[in-house]
Write a protein that binds this ligand. Structure first.
Ligand code: HEM
Length: 322
């Protein structure tokens, strides 16, 4: 029994500590505002909420003085009279019901100085001057042609996936943690750059092919005009790439005798863009079949003789029987 009673006693002491602390109630100024009569009088003092209904008739300074606080933020009235009065502050503390939930309804300032830099055929970089806010700017919304395309937590944004040589209208707006969004900034228009190959890579010319022997074809060609950005050339045989060359020649050694091949070359630059194809040139490799056929015939005749000799001996009897 003694054990049980001490256990229960322990529980009684433990329970208050085991219960999780309740979060303070919070009230908006609108919620406090409905308790605005003497029979139901709430007030706000220094961002705390008090239900002083039962104190109205107890107030040493008279009920009328407190009536004026019902349903409003009474901070300035209370502080004006009692800011340093310990008794008044202690009395007020008895009627505390929760904290004031401050809802931020102030929008951040409008971003300014938006500028756009067209960097690549598919990319434009944006920067602007930071906005300010009474609480803090959380981020910025970015709009292209008046549709939001993304957000940024900093005052810059890289817009990718754009079409080349195309104009886009950009705007940004600032928002805070409470979802207040500023008006959109002044718009800025920028045009993506053109695809580089179209302007820098011209067509290689003068492609010619020489038969070196049965096993090799040498191709040579002339550089395109304005060839400064040319990184190399791709050689195509019957439309399929058979090799690359940094110089204006290429040796194709993967050829078969007695075959006609058609070649073209294209130039490419460091960005991987290619030029249009050069002129096409066709060449037929030497036919080694004639020699091969002669040799084959000789071999076949020789084999036939041997075969006949062998078969003649074995078959004679057999044939005779037939
Ligand atoms: C809910 C808010 C208020 C509480 C809890 C409160 C509390 C008190 C207390 C405890 C006293 C006695 C002070 C002492 O003996 O030291 C007092 C006195 C007084 N209060 Fe308030 N008070 C409140 C609001 C106001 C307001 C808004 C006014 C007027 C603007 C006001 C005017 C007075 C006056 C005139 C006295 C009489 C004595 C003095 O002048 O200090 N009170 N109040």
């Amino acid at each position: 029994m003694k054990k049980l009673s001490s256990l229960l006693l322990g529980l009684v002491f433990l329970l208050p500590f085991a219960t999780p602390a309740l979060a303070a109630n919070t009230y908006t100024s609108q919620q406090v505002g409905v308790h605005n009569v003497a029979a139901d009088c709430w007030t706000i003092v220094n961002n705390k909420v008090y239900n002083v209904t039962s104190y109205l008739t107890l107030h040493p300074g008279g009920q009328v003085a407190i009536n004026s606080l019902c349903g409003i933020d009474g901070s300035s009235l209370f502080n004006g009279k009692h800011a340093s009065n310990v008794n008044a502050n202690n009395a007020l503390a008895n009627y505390y019901v929760g904290d004031l939930l401050i809802i931020d309804t102030t929008t951040p300032s409008v971003p300014t100085n938006l500028s756009a830099a067209a960097i690549y055929p598919n990319q434009i970089n944006l920067t602007w001057t930071k906005s300010s806010d009474n609480v803090g700017v959380t981020g910025y919304k970015v709009y292209i042609n008046n549709s939001q395309v993304g957000t940024s937590t900093i005052n810059s944004y890289i817009s990718t996936g754009l079409a080349s040589s195309t104009s886009y209208i950009f705007n940004v707006s600032a928002f805070d943690a409470n979802g207040n969004v500023s008006a959109t900034s002044s718009s800025v228009t920028a045009t993506t750059t053109a695809v580089s190959s179209a302007i820098t890579l011209n067509t290689p010319t003068g492609l010619r092919a020489d038969l070196k022997d049965h096993k090799k074809i040498k191709l040579t060609w002339d550089a395109p005009i304005n060839h400064a950005s040319v990184k190399g050339y791709r050689v195509l045989r019957d439309g399929i790439v058979v090799g690359t060359s940094r110089n204006r020649n290429f040796m194709d050694s993967s050829i078969v005798a007695g075959t006609t091949y058609s070649y073209t070359v294209v130039a490419f630059n460091a960005a991987g863009s290619t030029s249009p194809a050069s002129n096409s040139v066709s060449i037929t490799t030497k036919d080694k079949k004639i020699h091969a056929d002669k040799r084959n015939n000789e071999n076949e005749n020789k084999n036939d003789k041997e075969h006949d000799n062998k078969m003649g001996k074995g078959n004679s009897g057999h044939n005779d029987k037939d």
